[in-house]
Design a protein around this ligand. Structure first.
Ligand code: FAD
Length: 429
């Protein structure tokens, strides 16, 4: 007899709520991971650092589990079918996992739960990847917040020590089994990349003066924990503990993360449509050649091109530059935010549906609590303010001077064109 613990966005052994529950069940815990063939088949590039990241994170956990005579069983396939198959091989007394709030994941988990119910196997899911979930932070009338500042205020006012205290995981109750290697990347149809997985660390040197330095891309003074939070190789409770002790500004970023997660949970239509529906009447120009120039960092705007090149080369782009490049696409080029969102989704190591969608809609003006549509970032002014000596630009776009002479569009012209397109979509609606 065993219970299953199904790893998903929580690839760590420490402070893992669902795993703790499973270990407390009294049955040996069989840890499993399923490479979801539906998700993997949608990835265009076979050289994908995120798949490699998952792979290496599984390896790291498996190494620790080996000390307890155990291992993670890895599978590839459709989760529903795979779990049914495992239940035929083992005498399964329950399946444990952690909540996932993306619409597709909710659907998947619901289907698994129903199927297991039919064969008498209980499904237990825990809150793990956020401090507050679903409707835990709502207005007095029970409706969700759609504006960040009051959401964050309520979040802070409700926070108690038990929300962020970290649990201890004792692995004694793990199912003992002969060692099995993690399924190889090649078997999954992927290539090994240049990514080197390291256990995520909270660096005091970055957090201490995060507020003063985080907006300057050349300083590279942010934690780079996005990917760890995305795949759960770090616990959010650990991060919140650290933020509370060391930096309120950084705590606000973690709250932004939860804000967008609850937006996605309550308003799943945002995946394909604008949060504010009237923004879907904007007549986007959607010029494919211009889109291609934006993607490859050849717009003639040095900061935009530097950002896109950093993204293409490394899978990371600094937050300030994400805002500038995204705004440039939606406003200067009048290209639908969904095109840019999809491109970022392909490239970002820390890609997360809630954060990516929420931020793109924020920039486009179509989202909840968004930047007002008439605030159009001037890339040159932004450069003077945040990269005055062009250190960031020169790092990622050393030949910027060549393209500078032939910008894709003039700023004043583009600004007026964007205002007109937005105004005509929004008037009288
Ligand atoms: P830090 O500055 O150290 O912040 C710590 C953590 O807080 C981040 O890792 C992230 O988990 C969270 N966070 C910070 N800012 C935000 C924010 N604005 N919204 C939500 N969470 C935030 N973030 C993603 O995690 N995934 C995405 O796919 C993503 N797409 C974005 C797209 C656009 C157009 C923009 C403008 C921003 C996007 N962000 C996204 C938010 C932000 O840019 C990144 O979280 C941040 O740059 C990651 O760097 P870091 O890990 O060093 O973050």
């Amino acid at each position: 007899k065993v219970v299953l613990f199904w790893f998903r966005r929580d690839l760590r052994l420490e402070d893992n709520r669902g795993l703790q529950m499973a270990l407390a069940s009294g049955y040996p815990v069989l840890p499993i991971f399923i490479f979801d063939s539906d998700i993997l088949s949608r990835l265009e590039n076979r050289y994908d650092r995120r798949v490699d990241y998952i792979h290496q994170a599984l390896h790291a956990m498996s190494k620790t589990l080996q000390m307890y005579g155990s291992t993670i069983q890895t599978y590839s396939g459709v989760p529903l079918d795979t779990i049914k198959m495992i239940c035929q091989q083992y005498d399964v007394q329950g399946l444990y996992c952690n909540h996932d709030y993306e619409p597709q994941a909710i659907k998947r988990d619901h289907a698994v739960q129903q199927d297991l119910q039919e064969i008498g196997i209980p499904f237990y899911s825990s809150k793990d990847q956020v401090i507050f979930e679903k409707s835990e932070i709502v207005k007095a009338d029970g409706s969700p917040y759609t504006v960040y500042t009051p959401y964050a205020k309520k979040w802070k006012s409700l926070l108690q020590v038990e929300h962020y205290s970290q649990g201890t995981v004792s692995l004694e109750n793990i199912h003992k089994t002969a060692f099995q290697p993690i399924m190889s990347l090649e078997t999954l149809g992927f290539q090994k990349t240049d990514l080197v997985f390291e256990q995520p660390q909270l660096a005091i040197s970055i957090i201490k003066n995060y507020g003063e330095k985080r907006d300057f891309p050349a300083l590279d003074h942010t934690t780079r924990l996005g990917i760890a939070l995305r795949f759960g190789t770090i616990s959010v409770r650990k991060c919140v503990n650290f933020a509370l002790k060391n930096n309120e500004t950084w705590l606000s970023e973690l709250i932004w993360r939860e804000f967008f997660m609850q937006i996605l949970y309550h308003y799943p239509h945002v995946v394909t449509a604008s949060f504010k529906s009237k923004y879907d009447s904007i007549e986007w120009r959607n010029n494919e050649v211009e889109f291609e120039r934006w993607c490859s960092g050849k717009t003639g705007y040095p900061i935009v091109d530097a950002g896109m090149r950093q993204l293409n080369e490394t899978g990371f782009m600094h937050n300030r530059v994400r805002m500038i490049t995204a705004s440039f696409l939606c406003k200067h080029l009048l290209i639908d935010w969904r095109w840019g969102e999809a491109y970022f989704a392909q490239k970002l190591l820390d890609y997360d549906l809630a954060a990516n969608n929420g931020n793109w809609q924020w920039v486009a003006g179509s989202g909840c609590d968004a930047a007002p549509y008439f605030r159009i970032f001037n890339p040159t002014a932004q450069t003077l303010k945040f990269d005055e000596d062009l250190v960031y630009v020169k790092t990622w776009n050393p030949d910027y001077a060549k393209l500078l002479e032939a910008p894709i569009v003039g700023h004043e012209f583009a600004r007026a064109r964007a205002l007109k397109a937005y105004q005509s979509a929004l008037q009288d609606k």
